[in-house]
Design a protein around this ligand. Structure first.
Ligand SMILES: *[C@@H]1O[C@H](CO)[C@@H](O)[C@H](O)[C@H]1NC(C)=O
Ligand SMILES: *[C@@H]1O[C@H](CO)[C@@H](O)[C@H](O)[C@H]1NC(C)=O
Ligand SMILES: *[C@@H]1O[C@H](CO)[C@@H](O)[C@H](O)[C@H]1NC(C)=O
Ligand SMILES: *[C@@H]1O[C@H](CO)[C@@H](O)[C@H](O)[C@H]1NC(C)=O
Ligand SMILES: *[C@@H]1O[C@H](CO)[C@@H](O)[C@H](O)[C@H]1NC(C)=O
Ligand SMILES: *[C@@H]1O[C@H](CO)[C@@H](O)[C@H](O)[C@H]1NC(C)=O
Ligand SMILES: *[C@@H]1O[C@H](CO)[C@@H](O)[C@H](O)[C@H]1NC(C)=O
Length: 277
């Protein structure tokens, strides 16, 4: 897996970006010196202590190995977390609005609850990290009520999709898929799980994410435009899976991906009642 991880920003590029950011923010600050409160998001944002603390907790939950693509070196106490790699604070009050650790190749025994202290998050991407087949925390996601984009793709989470995700009514995209190299005839023999291709399960003890009630997952996600559940086990839905979508109030759904989901039964005509699909 390591070879497909994206490269981390080079220190030189970072230095350049930081320098640029400092120059930009200095000129903005000078120009608007006379009235700080009027410039809103333009002023340099300083991370609030609770946000810094949440991120440092999170960092400690990752086991950085020499195979990690990125080691979160910029995440250091005493520095402004709004400038850390993968972190953005898009509003003026120093709260983290985006955490993008997609493709970082980090390892962790489980998702740390500290992520739920980042209650202003609009964008959370933990895709392509390794959470060691742990369960997603049963509670906590409901606190991330501002979330627009949640991406937990191919992060080795197993078990039930937590109820909290059902309440994230602002979600525009939800990616809980897992990707495997289905052309590989020999799925990861060290863990003994994976697809041998063509939807055939290879024996594995803990399975992947399981969602036996699609109807309740999407019931309140009225803003959803993209839903990817590839490789989640949806077999518990029976032939009802299709009407569950058709009945749901996801009128803006444009992209629906359900590969290798253990679904059976016909594709119902009423799917076409979702006009944007
Ligand atoms: C700063 O701007 C705000 C909003 O535009 C305004 O209400 C306030 O009176 C201004 N303060 C000063 C000191 O000019
Ligand atoms: C990572 O460390 C292990 C042992 O510490 C070593 O055998 C391996 O070659 C290292 N891998 C890389 C990519 O440096
Ligand atoms: C989730 O992240 C992965 C890896 O970065 C990316 O390939 C995928 O497109 C993302 N999903 C969405 C819905 O943006
Ligand atoms: C991953 O989980 C297994 C089984 O629960 C455990 O034995 C192992 O120590 C965990 N590995 C890490 C890196 O947390
Ligand atoms: C959807 O929202 C309604 C109203 O807030 C609530 O009563 C219901 O339990 C929610 N449904 C699910 C599946 O979470
Ligand atoms: C998929 O989920 C169903 C329950 O919803 C369970 O009975 C079945 O064993 C699961 N399949 C796999 C391969 O884990
Ligand atoms: C979809 O709606 C129809 C008509 O209201 C109902 O009969 C059916 O049980 C619903 N299906 C699901 C899966 O909720």
């Amino acid at each position: 897996m390591a070879s497909i991880f994206k490269r981390c920003p080079e220190p030189l590029v970072l230095l350049f970006l930081v320098t640029l950011a400092i120059q930009l923010s200095c000129s903005v600050a000078t120009a608007t010196y006379s009235n700080h409160s009027s410039v809103g998001g333009m002023l340099p944002v300083h991370c609030l202590p609770d946000q810094t603390s949440a991120l440092l907790h999170l960092k400690r939950s990752f086991t950085v190995t020499n195979e990690s693509a990125c080691t979160l070196d910029s995440w250091r106490a005493g520095t402004d977390c709004c400038h850390w790699e993968g972190v953005q604070c898009r509003d003026a009050n120093g709260r983290v609005t985006s955490l993008d650790l997609g493709d970082y190749g980090l390892q962790s025994p489980a998702l740390d609850h500290a992520v739920f202290w980042l209650t202003s998050l609009r964008h959370l991407n933990l895709a392509w990290n390794d959470f060691n087949h742990s369960q997603l925390p049963a509670s906590g996601f409901e606190r991330l009520a501002e979330l627009r984009h949640l991406n937990l793709s191919t992060s080795s989470f197993d078990g039930q999709i937590p109820d909290g995700i059902r309440s994230l009514t602002n979600l525009v995209s939800l990616d809980l898929s897992s990707t495997f190299n289905v052309e590989d005839d020999h799925p990861d023999s060290s863990t003994g799980y994976g697809y041998a291709g063509y939807g055939i399960w290879v024996d594995h003890p803990a399975s992947f994410l399981v969602e036996p009630n699609i109807a309740s997952l999407v019931a309140n996600l009225t803003n959803l435009r993209e839903l990817n559940l590839d490789s989640a086990n949806l077999s518990g839905n029976g032939v009802e899976w299709c009407t569950a979508f058709a009945n749901s109030t996801t009128p803006q759904l444009k992209v629906l991906s359900l590969r290798y989901c253990n679904l059976y039964g016909p594709v119902c005509g009423s799917l076409s009642s979702i006009p944007s699909l």
